[in-house]
Design a protein around this ligand. Sequence first.
Ligand code: BG6
Length: 513
Amino acid sequence: MADTIIATAPTPGAESTKAPLPSDSVIVVLGASGDLAKKKTYPALFGLYRYGLLPSNIRIVGYARTHMSPEEYHSRISGYIKTPDDATKDLLAKFLALTTYVCGKYDVDADFQALDKHICEVEGDAPNGRHRLFYMALPPTVFTPVAQQLKRNCYPEQGTARVIIEKPFGHDLASSRELQASLRPIWAEKEIFRIDHYLGKEMVKNILILRFGNEFFGASWNKNHVSSVQITFKEKFGTEGRGGYFDTFGIIRDVMQNHLLQVLTMIAMERPVSFSAEDIRDEKVRVLRAIPVIDPKNVIIGQYDKSLDGTKPGYLDDATVPAGSRCPTFAAIVLYIKNDRWDGVPFILKAGKALDSAKVDVRVQFKDVTSGIFQNIPRNEFVLRIQPDESVYLKMNTKLPGLTMKTSVSELDLTYTRRFSDLHIPEAYEALILDAINGDHSNFVRDDELDASWKIFTPLLHYLDENEDIVPAKYPYGSRGPAFLDDFLASYGFKRDQTGQYQWPTTKANGKI
Ligand code: BG6
């Protein structure tokens, strides 16, 4: 089936805010020997290079504390890059030839001066100015010193400087403000690109198009028709060796205050005036400001225990987890939005590790149809599957075919692998790095947006941190979560698969789901 390509005229204003980096720019990856750089940053840079999307004379410089020869550096950064055929192997060799490495500490002026010297050598005379994109793939403890060092020693006097930073942006409102305040005097907001990689995911980017490009959604997307909205994040694996890091954050800080709240914001925001970054982010901030702080009575937390068959360890069995930790590995949190569109509609965020399946989706459950001619007819649900198996489907009632007036639940189904031939869904990091290269802030978190999101979560997080008598409910590794989850959801009016028979996806096409 041919793909449908719709050319949309750029919204006035949208393009004017973008400023693509010139062809001879340099990308500097700070923390080049770390996990994030190896697993995400370099594979994404290679992905963009492969599709010809990096500036044509781009050079890439890695910087980290580890001593590495050029060969060791190249072998480390290509560890997660797949080369299925000779052509890709050749491309990788060309890509590696563009990237060099400098070893240095994160708080030593002389080391950053050496980095600057190296970048200048790579740039040559640079008659058109020096244009540098700094990617900080670093732990939060060194964000501020590195940002200061870069400004002091590597900031181009003429040209462009941009800096990409990654979460965690603090652990509560006060620490987030402290971090922003330490960056503000050195880097202008327009130079900072705060990554929340969920904003780079194809289906999250699709939300604006689905909502505002389809009239029928506009008509029903409100408190008059929607009963509840659930945003669910499930992972099948536990912390397994990463418990030390995870334990200081917990599931709420790790994925809910950022990734899931971002998805909620896109689902709930009003139509932006244009697709320009500031118009989009203004609407996101407006909806976040309409969300009151979370009431602890609208929250449940859990922690995984051994699997029922005893083969998978409990969270507390992880040697990297402190004994007796109360850290939640599961949470369900209900938020409300106090505006005309959503007042009274529960937005339920659910996230957990070591669950029965791996998926991220948004489920908008509509209200019951008027009773009378129907008894217990199931509700409509609009489901946006963010991952895996990207799809959008609408569960609806239809007449069971044949000599009967019985109803059956079916769906309008847009499964990407079936609908789009030669499907290539870019990695979130590819999309976001390309946006930063193009100077487009739409899919990055603005400072006031970050502030508004921490305001919603901070009282709850402090309440959980400080009250030692609040202990997460245990759930077996590989289960759906704590046993009372369904009752909790039902208490917010959610009706779960009333027929007990509905299954999705129902058919297979070409061996694909
Ligand atoms: C990260 C969290 O931000 O997101 C991880 O720190 C989580 O704990 C990950 O596993 C999930 O990202 P994705 O893209 O795999 O859904």
